[in-house]
Ligand binder design. Structure first.
Ligand code: HEM
Length: 131
């Protein structure tokens, strides 16, 4: 039996992130894209994602990066974000329940919409020099 619990501590964030990216890495649609960029830097990527979700969900401010730039040039569209969100929701629900679990899913949804819209914008409006 695997009782669901609240996301309350760093060990919960690690479980969430490790389980999620474990699925992402072998996903037929997403795996190649992630592995192609990250290559042998998975430990660093996971550390960054622990700190991102720790900041968002636990209010412990350890992430000072800019989430969007690494996504700007990725060959992704709606179906990739759908696949990302499906795995994210599934992973959160597998292990957790409660307010922070709901917030994790909500934040994933919002960021996916925002990333997709920015990616579309930059594709249609390539940056032009002013002079
Ligand atoms: C199709 C969907 C997505 C793909 C393929 C994708 C892929 C990637 C890749 C390749 C990196 C860079 C890793 C590196 O070079 O170290 C990255 C970083 C990151 N991703 Fe995503 N991602 C996706 C969706 C999302 C969503 C929805 C979120 C929102 C929670 C997210 C949050 C982040 C964050 C916070 C970083 C670290 C940014 C930094 O460098 O500070 N990603 N992602």
């Amino acid at each position: 039996m695997n009782a669901k619990k609240e996301i309350a501590a760093m060990e919960d964030i690690r479980l969430l992130v490790d389980t999620f990216y474990g699925k992402v890495r072998i996903d037929p649609l997403l795996g190649g894209i992630f592995n192609g960029v990250i290559k042998d830097r998975w430990p660093q990527h996971l550390e960054k994602m622990y700190s991102f979700w720790q900041t968002v969900l636990l209010g412990v401010h350890t992430y000072y990066g800019s989430p969007f730039p690494p996504h700007a040039q990725l060959p992704v569209e709606q179906k990739h974000f759908d696949a990302w969100l499906k795995l994210w929701h599934e992973t959160v629900d597998e292990h957790f329940t409660g307010k922070k679990a709901a917030e994790a899913k909500w934040r994933g949804d919002k960021m996916a919409v925002m990333f997709l819209s920015k990616i579309g914008y930059y594709r249609n409006n390539p940056a032009k020099p002013l002079l």
